[in-house]
Design a protein around this ligand. Structure first.
Ligand SMILES: Nc1ncnc2c1ncn2[C@@H]1O[C@H](COP(=O)(O)OP(=O)(O)OP(=O)(O)O)[C@@H](O)[C@H]1O
Ligand SMILES: [Zn+2]
Length: 674
């Protein structure tokens, strides 16, 4: 497979000192190699959640086989087919059966409409791959010799209307036509979308208000010599509303919206991409102030050096296109009011040249919605749909953890279709329930949907970090615990805010560092206590690396084990022995001593952690339950629970605790550990 599940890739540790809007900003700032020991940097113990296995999108390359059309029809008739995806050209399709197996099928030309009737009759979900999606399916199938066979009855069927299926006329449904509708430069004078149409995503919207302000009156900004925004990268999983948000920015500012997709540029002949970029920008300048939206920027903006280079010549074209974009953005003298918003779900692969100041220097994470967000999105998509009184959107939101905005929209749509099919006048809970199951089945194969078991595991993991943090005297304040999956692959996170004094001095005591180790181990130890040794997961690998790093530095850099290794710094802050700082000093023997001390320190922290969590199993269970229930737990909720359930615990003044992410982020020195 081309893309390894994310959980198998080295996970990025995110520990960044927060500036004003820290929690969001730092969710993208990778600081794996943060020089520990520098003021503040150490204050973060990575409390990394379980990495969600984000599998590659359905690719026919993986275990697919070519299925004869007749066999395919038989399977459909036996209700064995669950999901069908047509290629943009409509000549092939990918079928996923009820067991999750993928199979490619060559479609007979001219009978798509009948096929669609059949699919509808058997409740098969189907969709058309958009022409801009890189089509693995197509390239594979086209290399096979496709026997075009005729099958009695079906071949000569005429195009009957599609009256049978509710919700969707024959119009826009024909994959043949959709394949051809590759867009030119698309300019919408008015998108008609406003921020209120985008539910949830409050923090993303907040980040974008500045852009809106600028677009409303660019002259005001430039006259004052203010540094104006130029490029914004929105990153997040598919369907989280990135396109919608970009259109809302245009709508809020009342400016035109020019959209294109990164993949459109690279499919063309050499030189065409660059010239198209020029066209897009010159069109934009004519219409300024306005927004250029580039979807799938990763298609052009991948890292230039390394793996991609020299592959079948297609790369020069991509590079030229990328360079042209950079040139255009650099050429915004004094910025005439053109803002480029780009979207990607792979911000990690982007060329760093794109992210430099003056280019895409703002990054707006658009994460999967939490429970509240999901409820709000559901509300948006219920507009104009008659809902029966027995549908409680709060409950629907609770049952749909891991759903994106797009899947929630899809959910309400499916429910409406089912209701119509059942001849109901309103959508009842039964229909919504049915739609949830259906979409869940589809999603389980393509995305990182949280199963209840997984949710429980992540909840206990994070609860382990948080309880350890909260119960350790004089440790950083636990300001937020969440099990909402992040776009960087973390299953959840725990946020700590160090005290002002600690931030000021930048000095850390031995007891503080030991506490840090215990807190970092909290996730794994909680898993162990609750689920047993055999069920512990790889989700803690990041925590364990943190533990190793901190312990190693305690011994080798700060002389905390001086009785054994002497009060000597055996290595520099970056873990090097010698180098610029002097000769290589640690002998093999000393190194062995250092290693042994590291192990001792870690074992001690581990024992302490296990004892504390076992003793406070009650609080651990309660917090895990709170997390499963609400997904987010803020400082006040956490410490209230601790005050009421852990006798003798040291609890901060509840009235002074921050409750909103805004408040927490606004606190100078907040530290995010994802
Ligand atoms: N926050 C939201 N509020 C309301 N609707 C949403 C939201 N997020 C997504 N949707 C629905 O999902 C649809 C698809 O979202 P959109 O295309 O903006 O996602 P995207 O993040 O750009 O996805 P992709 O990465 O696949 O391009 C929207 O048109 C809208 O109907
Ligand atoms: Zn962790």
């Amino acid at each position: 497979s081309s893309v390894a599940p994310r959980s198998l890739l080295p996970q990025r540790t995110v520990m960044a000192r927060a500036s004003v809007r820290a929690p969001r900003a730092s969710a993208v700032a990778s600081a794996d190699s943060a020089p520990v020991g520098r003021r503040g940097a150490l204050a973060a113990v990575a409390a990394t959640g379980l990495a969600l296995a984000r599998t590659a999108p359905a690719s026919a390359a993986e275990g697919g086989r070519l299925l004869a059309y007749s066999e395919f029809l038989d399977e459909v008739n036996k209700d064995k087919v669950d999901i069908v995806t047509f290629s943009a050209e409509g000549n092939t399709l990918l079928a996923i059966d009820t067991e999750g197996n993928r199979q490619e099928v060559a479609v007979l030309p001219g009978q798509t409409m009948d096929l669609i009737d059949l699919l509808r009759k058997h409740n098969v979900r189907f969709s058309v791959l958009s022409p801009t999606q890189p089509n693995a399916l197509l390239s594979i199938v086209s290399s096979l010799i496709v026997p075009v066979l005729l099958f009695g009855g079906l071949t000569l069927l005429t195009r009957r209307g599609m009256g049978g299926g509710p919700g969707g006329g024959p119009g826009g449904m024909n994959p043949f036509e959709m394949g051809k509708s590759r867009s030119k430069i698309q300019l919408e004078p008015q998108t008609g979308v406003v921020f209120d149409d985008v539910a949830g995503c409050d923090s993303s919207k907040l980040e974008l208000t500045e852009v809106v302000e600028f677009l409303k009156n660019p002259a005001k900004f430039t006259a004052l010599g203010a540094k104006t925004p130029r490029g914004v990268i929105m990153e997040g999983p598919p369907g989280t509303g990135k396109t919608l948000l970009a259109r809302a920015v245009a709508g809020e500012a009342g400016v035109p919206f020019i959209s294109c997709s990164g993949s459109e540029f690279v499919e063309m002949f050499v030189g065409v991409g660059a010239s198209r970029v020029r066209n897009v920008f010159s069109e934009a300048k004519k219409n300024a102030p306005c927004i250029i939206f580039i979807d799938e920027i990763d298609a052009i903006g991948r890292q230039r050096a390394g793996s991609g280079r020299g592959q079948m010549g297609g790369n020069d074209e991509r590079e030229q296109t990328l360079n042209q974009i950079l040139t255009e953005m650099d050429g915004f003298e004094g910025n005439q009011g053109v803002i480029v918003i780009a979207a990607t779900n792979r911000a990690d692969v982007l060329d760093s040249a794109l992210l430099r100041p003056g280019r895409f220097d703002r990054r707006v994470p658009v994460d999967l919605p939490d429970k509240e967000g999901r409820e709000a999105i559901l509300k948006v998509h219920c507009k104009g749909k008659p809902l029966s009184a027995n549908v409680d959107l709060g409950i629907v939101a609770k049952r749909t953890m891991g759903f994106s905005g797009a899947s929630l929209a899809n959910l309400m749509n499916e429910a409406a279709i089912v209701a119509a099919r059942r001849d109901k006048s309103e959508i009842g809970y039964a229909e919504v329930d049915y739609a949830i199951d259906r979409i869940t089945v589809g999603m389980a194969k393509t995305t990182a949907l949280m199963s209840p078991q997984r949710q429980r595991l992540v909840a206990y993991h994070e609860a382990g970090h948080a309880i350890m943090g909260a119960l350790t005297k004089d440790f950083d304040l636990v300001t937020k615990v969440t099990i909402v999956p992040r776009s960087n692959g973390a299953g959840g996170f725990t946020l700590f805010t160090p005290t002002e004094e600690r931030m000021e001095s930048g000095l850390y005591s031995r007891s503080y560092l030991q506490a840090q180790l215990a807190v970092a181990l909290g996730g794994r130890v909680a898993e162990e206590i609750v689920f047993g040794d055999d069920e512990i997961t790889t989700g803690a690998s990041n925590d364990l690396q943190q533990v190793r790093n901190v312990a190693r530095r305690m011994v080798a850099q700060w002389g905390f084990a001086k009785d054994v290794t002497g009060a000597v710094a055996w290595e520099t802050a970056d873990g090097q022995t010698g180098g610029m700082m002097g000769p290589k000093t640690a002998s093999a023997k000393t190194n062995a001593l250092l290693d042994a001390e590291v192990q001792k320190i870690v074992q001690k922290a581990y024992a302490h952690c296990k004892e504390t969590l076992t003793k406070n199993r009650n609080a651990l269970d309660l917090l895990a339950e709170m997390l499963i229930d609400n997904e987010n737990v803020d400082a006040r909720e956490l410490y209230t629970m601790i005050r009421d359930n852990v006798p003798g615990a040291q609890v901060p003044d509840l009235d002074k605790l921050p409750t909103s992410l805004e408040e927490m982020g606004a606190r100078e020195g907040a530290v995010v550990a994802v």
